[in-house]
Design a protein around this ligand. Sequence first.
Ligand SMILES: [Zn+2]
Length: 207
Amino acid sequence: MSTDVLSSEVLVLNKLWQVVSVCSVRRALCLLYLRHAQVVLKKGGSFYTFGFEDWRDFSQNRSKDSEILRTITYKIRIPRVILLLVYDSFPPRRVKFTRKNIYKRDENTCQYCGRKFKSQDLNLDHVVPLSRQGKDSWKNVVCSCVPCNLRKGNRTLTEAGMSLIRTPKRPHWRSLVRYTLDNVVEESWKDFLDLAYWNVELEQDEK
Ligand SMILES: [Zn+2]
């Protein structure tokens, strides 16, 4: 059983079929097994829900290998969307402060010149340099292209006469899911992630 697959993301809906989170396949299978959630699957334009036993039976013969997890006694298809039956099991999700997530937040765009780059052509820059007591934080670390990085050097924005295209802050996890969706696209998520929903639901998560 591949660890990668178990860590990949599953979209989580509440009882009203609204997107509330994403979780790992591992967590989704656990919720399914505990009967706290059902799997949602679209077939022929309709949505079907499956409890654990139904999903296990459904998984036996009709799925492609890449979508199947094999346990000792049975195989089970990887869920991509689950529906919570029990609410309050999802605390607000906090986005980890990692290089990958900063790139996602900034959409691979240099926050000084506003141009988009491949990941390998971008650096992370401390807006207030570390040597000037700048912190490693969402508010102080941004994507920067190499020329902007060199131009700014070890100076503050004012000293360098530069500005940011937007104020850096901790992203809401939903905005990162949306970014993933725009770029990778988990087909089965699309139905639940229409733009109207995202536009009204986006909120700040500034702590
Ligand atoms: Zn730049």
